[in-house]
Design a protein around this ligand. Structure first.
Ligand SMILES: [Zn+2]
Length: 199
């Protein structure tokens, strides 16, 4: 049985009409996560954050990188999440031992050519493979940078806190790299402290 058939077979026994209550599109916990596609995070980061189906928007790519802040898919997804789906906070979550911190461009190029990608195509479209992929040496530095890029993006409202965290894919712990409530240009902080003062 090929992979597609085996997945369809599992799916036929998974579906039970009425077993899953319908959920609204808007996230119950009103936040979005931007994280890495690493397989160790699947069904691990969510329980580690106390979130379940229906709770949060989750955006993923290789290394939670943000290359093109105006034309790439990440900012588009965040804009849709904020303005159409009720998201009020953003969590950028990198992780230890990320594959994107171990990119070897020469080997990658050789592997691509070995799989039939034309060398001239690589040269003309992606001459600097590491830069094109958004490879980084330190996951926490990347989280810091991506958090700042989102925070300073003119399409993201200043009252949306943007947090940056690092996740351990082995023990499930989270560490704060950037506390979005304390960011210099987060406009929600003043409003929150006003509310606090009046209580
Ligand atoms: Zn990763």
């Amino acid at each position: 049985m090929n992979l597609l058939d085996s997945i369809l077979s599992v799916n036929r026994s998974f579906v039970h009409p009425g077993a899953f209550p319908p959920l609204p599109k808007n996230p119950k916990k009103q936040f979005a996560i931007f994280t890495c596609m690493d397989t160790r995070l699947v069904d691990f980061l969510e329980p580690a954050m106390g979130i379940k189906r229906g709770d949060a928007k989750v955006i993923k790519n290789a290394g939670n990188i943000l290359i093109d802040p105006f034309h790439g898919g990440v900012i588009r997804s965040l804009v849709a999440a904020i303005f159409m789906l009720g998201v009020e906070e953003i969590f950028v979550i990198g992780h230890e031992d990320c594959g994107m911190s171990e990119v070897k461009p020469e080997k990658l190029k050789a592997d691509m050519i070995a799989r039939g990608i034309a060398p001239e195509v690589i040269e003309s479209l992606v001459p600097d493979l590491a830069q094109w992929l958004g490879a980084f040496s330190c996951p926490a530095d990347n989280v810091n940078e991506v958090t700042a890029k989102i925070r300073n993006n003119p399409l993201i409202p200043a009252d949306v806190p943007v947090h940056g965290l690092i996740f351990c894919p082995n023990d499930g712990s989270l560490e704060v790299v950037v506390n979005g409530y304390h960011a210099e240009n987060y406009s929600g902080a003043a409003r929150k402290s006003e509310i606090f003062c009046y209580r």
